[in-house]
Design a protein around this ligand. Structure first.
Ligand code: C2E
Ligand code: CA
Ligand code: CA
Length: 639
């Protein structure tokens, strides 16, 4: 007698899982949908198994019923492996890559076609199984296991190939599904009467659901649209995979005004109405659009594949609809929906630009009521800043608008923050945030760099001499020097006198010179560095790996710390970059240098570089550059 109690337990578990997927609204997006399909398939095969086993146990002579039950079981059971593979592909969002590769498609489809065909023709030849004198496996039954093994191996290969993209949690959870299944399969092989396979499958699905499908990461509770964090994740992944998308960006220009007028609760009502409108309008293309609510009245619709060409007309409809406004409990609320259409990455070339542009285009541009293209606005903004940059800098110096932000630097060995980098910030009242890179380039050309540099250095020294700083227990602050500054003969005198003014000890300062500066064959630079080094100031080499520095020259310079450029951090999937990183770190360690990794954004990256024996880590994972007061609070809480 075969025992069906595990099957029944599996079925109960699967229904609970299904229910939880629906109440947690894990039904949108491809990976959620494939997961649902997988759950349904497992429910179907468990049900077929229960029927088949019951008929077997009753030694039923109803061959048609027996045949249908076993056929259903085998078909659905062996469909789950390819579906699982589809789930992994969805998680990495690499469908568009598979779509391009016809050969790979053929290879991936072939086993499925063989398995299904073998089952279909089994009606006539009974080579897979027969039910005439009770259920029996036929000579071709092994095909089903071979087919399954194929998809399992492909899934594992895929997980390994995209392990960094998936991240540790996803790798572990998707990876445990298979050993759990396998263990159940082995037990069932040894004890064929215990029907454990389906139960194993159900447990595996549960693990995946708990580990990966975390709605709090994805769904905004007011609008029921996908959240900011998911948008960040999806857009980074799109850039990484070279996936082309068209984004409808909606920022409600008068969001603040609405909130001031009708208060929080009613504003949430407005947001709900907007979300409903967006959902309603995009219903027809729902499979090719993702909907997000970010924050402060900012919505995003991301179209891809077949949705791509519909984006424009849907944006138009949305604009017409939203301009009508809403009536919330008797109040007529009118909206100024600022809508921008952006092809990503064609118009906004990378993730950073996408986010910076999306943050405040509605504040920096005139609202016209018609839909704008991102390239139109973006180029205009950049051009505007570029044309006025000299004036912007002059006014900022005059009105003391420059600020210094601090980004914490973490020591892996000590497990705490030991320093920070000082970074220049400028918020222009007319043009908004101005990127420091642009500022520094312009300031070097118009000569204001020396005043700006001294301003930053003075602010830093002021901070270091404060009691608050001393209480933080930090070792030193990193301050950037531009190329023009290092080449300036007055630098040591100016900087040393500022330090004297604030009574700052030289071991509290680390000056960063860039690799580009180090590449110059310049007497003045060497003199400057030696003078300051003798006064007790240490130097770091910034952006290592981007320039063409001659390692001979690097060794000659009085450097203690090397900062590996952040462009490497996102490249560890690239085998060559990875080899370069590993060897560079080893070489620098052998030369007794300390190493900072910049631009670390995730736990995975942190783990990777900790394993590589790097000393210090700096990046958004810990904190963005933040104002001095926030920085004091951050370090006090963290250390
Ligand atoms: P940098 O010296 O390489 O500074 C690090 C840059 O990386 C900063 O950009 C910082 O915000 C950014 N960053 C930090 N963590 C992450 C991360 O996890 N992911 C990503 N994507 N980026 C991260 P920021 O503040 O825009 O500064 C840009 C550059 O402008 C600096 O690059 C530096 O070369 C220059 N700069 C900034 N402040 C000063 C200054 O006071 N003096 C001089 N001479 N140059 C400065
Ligand atoms: Ca730097
Ligand atoms: Ca750097």
């Amino acid at each position: 007698m075969k025992n069906i109690s595990y099957d029944i337990a599996a079925l109960l578990l699967l229904f609970v899982l299904l229910h939880s997927c629906y109440i947690r609204r894990m039904t949108r997006g491809i990976s959620n949908r494939v997961f649902l399909i997988l759950t349904y398939i497992t429910i179907a095969s468990t049900t077929f198994d229960i029927v088949a086993v019951s008929l077997d146990n009753a030694q039923s002579s109803n061959t048609i019923a027996l045949y249908v039950a076993h056929f259903g079981y085998l078909l659905t059971h062996f469909l789950s492996a390819p579906t699982y593979f589809m789930f992994i592909v969805s998680l990495t969002d690499t469908w568009h890559k598979l779509r391009k590769n016809i050969i790979l498609q053929g290879v991936l489809l072939a086993p499925l076609i063989v398995m299904v065909s073998a089952l279909v023709v089994n009606v006539w030849n009974q080579l897979v199984f027969s039910v005439e004198n009770g259920y029996r496996r036929g000579p071709l039954f092994a095909l089903m296991y071979i087919g399954t093994a194929f998809y399992v191996i492909f899934s594992i290969a895929y997980i390994v190939r995209y392990r960094r993209l998936l991240g540790r949690t996803k790798v572990i959870t998707t990876g445990t599904f298979m050993p759990v299944e396998l263990a159940a399969m082995v037990v069932q092989m040894i004890h064929p009467t215990a029907r454990l396979e389906m139960f194993g499958g159900a447990i595996g699905l549960l693990i995946v659901s708990v580990g990966i499908q975390r709605p709090e990461d994805y769904v905004d509770s007011f609008t029921q649209l996908t959240k900011y964090s998911a948008y960040v994740y999806d857009m980074k992944r799109a850039a990484y995979n070279h996936k082309h998308v068209r984004i409808v960006m909606l920022n409600l220009s008068n969001y603040q005004a609405i909130q001031a007028m009708i208060g929080f609760d009613y504003t949430m009502q407005v947001l709900k109405e907007v979300a409903n409108t967006i959902r309603e309008i995009s219903k027809k293309t729902y499979r090719f659009v993702d909907l997000y609510y970010l924050d402060n009245g900012r919505f995003r619709m991301v179209f891809w594949g077949k949705g791509y060409d519909k984006a424009e007309s849907i944006a138009e409809m949305l604009n017409q609809e939203l301009k009508k406004g809403f009536n919330i409990v008797g109040l007529d609320i009118s909206l100024t929906p600022f809508i921008v259409l952006a092809d990503y990455p064609e118009e906004l070339a990378d993730f950073k630009t996408l986010m910076a542009f999306g943050a405040d285009f509605h504040l920096r541009n005139h609202y016209t009521g018609r839909i704008m293209r991102a390239s139109e606005l973006y180029n205009q903004n950049q051009l505007n800043i570029q044309n006025n940059i000299d004036k912007i800098i002059e006014q900022a110096l005059e009105n003391e608008r420059f600020e210094v932000y601090y980004q914490p630097i973490y020591s892996i060995q000590q497990g705490k923050f030991i320093s920070a980098e000082a970074l220049l910030r400028l918020f222009d009242p007319e043009h908004g945030f101005i990127s420091p890179e642009m500022l520094i380039i312009a300031a070097e050309q118009n000569g204001t760099i020396h005043r700006i540099g001294e301003f930053v250095f003075e602010k830093v020294c002021q901070f270091i001499s404060s009691e608050e700083f001393q209480n933080l227990g930090l070792e030193y602050i990193e301050v950037n020097l531009s190329v023009a500054q290092v080449m300036n003969g007055d630098l040591p005198e100016n900087y040393l006198s500022i330090m004297k003014k604030y009574n700052v000890s030289p071991d509290k300062i680390n000056l960063e010179i860039t690799e580009t500066a180090a590449a110059y064959e310049q007497e003045v630079m060497m003199d400057n560095m030696e003078q300051m080094n003798q006064a007790g100031i240490n130097f770091s080499l910034d952006d290592y790996g981007t320039g063409y520095s001659n390692i001979q020259r690097v060794i000659q310079l009085p450097l203690n710390i090397i900062k590996l450029d952040k462009s490497f951090v996102n490249e560890q999937n690239n085998q060559k970059v990875w080899i370069f990183l590993k060897n560079t770190v080893k070489m620098l360690k052998d030369m007794n240098m300390e190493i900072v990794i910049e631009g670390v954004e995730t736990q995975e990256m942190l783990d990777i570089f900790s394993d590589l024996q790097c000393d210090f880590v700096q990046g958004y994972f810990f904190s963005k550059p933040i104002p001095q007061n926030d920085f004091i609070e951050f370090i006090s809480n963290a250390n």
